[in-house]
Write a protein that binds this ligand. Sequence first.
Ligand code: HMG
Ligand code: MG
Length: 287
Amino acid sequence: MSNTVEIFEMGPRDGLQNEKRQIPTSEKIALVDCLSKAGFKRIEVASFVSPKWVPQMADSAEVLGGITRAEGISYAALTPNMRGFAGAVAAKADEIAIFGSASEGFSKANINATIAESLERFAPVVAAAKEIDLPVRGYVSCVTDCPYDGPTPPEKVAEVAKHLFDAGCYEISLGDTIGQGTPESISAMLKAVLEVVPAGKLAGHYHDTAGRALANIEASLELGVRVFDAAVGGLGGCPYAPGAKGNVATEAVDARLKALGYETGLDTAVLAQAAEMARAMRSSKAQ
Ligand code: HMG
Ligand code: MG
């Protein structure tokens, strides 16, 4: 099994979307430009969602337009519907992501749709992306626990993951949105998903609310997952998931992976610099 693990950097999107202070576009661009020197292949930098729902991401087009794009890096954006798709294409995102949920409560709170409605809404987005050869990633949120509905049945995660994969998503990112998963519940969920989507097409997206994200990553490695989402400085959370604190910190994941003997291709010194920038951008520091 491969000794290489990829970290998909989430800081500029999942990291910053929950910050109360409206962060100047120039600061976001500076963070992305720093991250572009760290060795990532993919960085999520933007989100074309309603600015009424997530005001922090309202300048996504300006961020994508202002960054210095490095060769070989895919700069990604979230697109919940066709309007978001049009925005992402106009801003020249290199790939897009649709985001669904394995729990009804979170689906309603986050995108104002039932799971079934959301999957219907994503279909034209995937079709339009296919026409212009734009890669589409698929998220499934609340893969072990939901802030509204409680524990999530693993079969429900597998059902939504299979739907997104069959629809054409090149990778399915499994979100422990509120960071309540344990190595046991993450393993049980993954075993169900692995029945329908191969390990090489999965990513773990674990928030670190309860301090278990690194243990959950180790449990996922054992089951063959080799891509993990993380945010420098442990930035982040989702405004529609009460209790969703930070994403697991990229620098912590990188250090743990290297200690376990995996290669990440990331430059520790640049990561430390980006993590410092990220921490300085947090509301608490800014006030
Ligand atoms: P809605 O209210 O049902 O939609 O929201 P609507 O079609 O009725 O539109 C409402 C308003 O939004 C209208 O404006 C639309 O024009 C506008 P108004 O007429 O009121 O002035 N609108 C848009 N504006 C800009 N870009 C768009 C767009 N679409 C509609 N694309 C909607 C439905 C999906 C739009 C809304 O619920 C929404 O934007 N939700 C996004 C929530 C969000 O971004 N959450 C965080 C990301 S998910 C996450 O963090 C989890 C993840 O990290 C994985 C994990 O951790 O589990 C990925
Ligand atoms: Mg997230």
